[in-house]
Design a protein around this ligand. Structure first.
Ligand code: NAD
Ligand code: DAU
Length: 355
């Protein structure tokens, strides 16, 4: 049994990691989260009473509270997921992205280094700092064949991806210069339960159910590689417990889809699973609306995930077809969760972004 300190554990992927650690292993978890608009403790309602789980509301930019959390909890592993994660919000206002993703990661590295240095030799040797990053650091892929490998040069396009690229560089520097035992993963687009409905897939599902427009940026031909979030959570725990210090692992779903095809698939699933439509809707696909493109929009991402498969034996269990059906069913069942997150802040964002 190990002690995991997870940052951002109230977010979409972090909560899947926490649920996986508590439900499927014997490990302990301390979840550190600021609870921004994207953090939601309702995503952890099934684990919150477990004796192996603890939560502390801490901003990773608050050095003093972070230090205290490390000192009192004494983690074996750190999984750093806390971040501002939405590209459109980073275009609207980059400042929080610089603070949390860059300065916050710097704080995490410094606090972890100080903590790691005073561990006894055995625990120091076993300690790992796992930084969870994104395939967006690599920028755009040309053509239809190329894949991002761990050697692809960084070329971020948005304030979000530039801030994540910066944080990756800091992590590598702390490993090389100070010997901090770090590992980085760069993953493609996740989808699944508890996904905040500002991102494409949950936005489209929840808008369709309310008879609202399904906004497609530009021509809808941009390609993303979709990975079911629970597959990502399993991969992350494999990496932090078995990965090599100083290494990077790309994680992807082998599911390259154009945005318009993803949206049409969701519409077809809703026709089957929720034939009882809002009054204004004849067919869900009629709600599709092409809107102004995202500035700097990356056209295609695709991951070569052969390293994590060969070195650690991880492969995704869900296909896009099985994962997206599970996801749509989850949103049809968990209307309580959806209503809970569609607060005033969410409404303000949607009104501003899609005016
Ligand atoms: P999310 O936006 O759903 O959740 C982020 C969490 O971090 C929230 O709970 C939020 O409250 C917390 N947080 C934000 N600022 C904080 C701060 N200053 N201090 C403490 N907590 C703070 O994000 P996500 O989609 O779950 O992504 C998690 C991580 O995975 C991010 O680092 C992201 O870059 C990376 N990632 C995401 C995807 C994806 O498709 N969503 C893919 C690859 C990598
Ligand atoms: O690739 C990994 C990244 O995936 C993560 O690092 C990010 O944290 C995560 O948010 C996600 O970024 P994207 O920008 O790819 O995800 P998003 O759901 O915002 O958009 C997916 C695609 O859909 C993208 O090409 C933009 C498009 N889109 C998005 C929205 C919100 C639309 O066409 N309409 C929309 O309303």
């Amino acid at each position: 049994m190990k002690k995991f300190l997870v940052t951002g554990g109230a977010g979409f992927i972090g909560s899947a990691v926490v649920r996986h650690l508590i439900n499927d292993t014997d490990h302990r978890v301390l979840n550190i989260d600021k609870l921004t608009y994207a953090g939601n403790l309702a995503s952890l309602s099934y684990v919150e009473s477990n004796a192996r789980y603890e939560f502390k509301q801490i901003d990773i930019c608050d050095l003093v509270s972070l230090k205290l959390a490390f000192e009192t909890y004494q983690p074996d592993y750190v999984m750093h997921l806390a971040a501002e994660s939405h590209v459109d919000r980073s275009i609207d206002g980059p400042s929080e992205f610089i603070q949390t993703n860059i300065v916050g990661t710097y704080n995490m590295l410094e606090v972890a280094r100080e903590y790691w240095l005073q561990l006894d030799e055995k625990r120091r040797g076993a300690f790992r700092f796992h930084h969870i990053s994104t395939d967006e650091v690599y920028g755009d892929l040309e053509g239809t064949e190329d894949l991002f490998t761990e050697e692809t040069p960084y070329s971020p396009s948005s304030p979000y991806s530039a801030s994540k690229a910066s944080s990756d560089h800091l992590v590598r520097a702390w490993q090389r210069t100070f010997g901090l035992p770090t590992i980085i993963t760069n993953c493609s687009n996740n989808y699944g339960p508890y996904h905040f409905p500002e991102k494409l897939i949950p936005l489209v599902i929840t808008n369709a159910l309310e008879g609202k427009e399904l906004p497609i940026y530009g021509n809808g031909m941009q390609i993303r590689d979709w990975l079911y979030v629970e597959d990502h959570a399993r991969a992350l725990v494999e990496v932090v417990t078995k990965g090599e210090i100083g290494e990077t692992y790309n994680i992807g779903g082998h599911n390259e889809k154009a945005n318009i095809d993803v949206v049409k698939t969701i519409c077809s699933l809703l026709e089957k699973l929720q034939p009882n439509k809002p009054e204004n809707v004849k067919s869900y696909a009629d709600l599709i609306a092409y809107v102004k493109d995202r500035p700097g929009h990356d056209v295609r991402y695709a991951i070569d995930a052969s390293k994590i498969q060969n070195d650690l034996g991880w492969t995704p269990q869900e296909t896009f077809e099985s994962g997206i059906e599970k996801t749509v069913k989850w949103y049809l069942e968990r209307t309580d969760w959806v209503e809970g997150v569609k607060s005033g802040e969410y409404k303000n964002w949607v009104a501003k972004q899609y005016k």
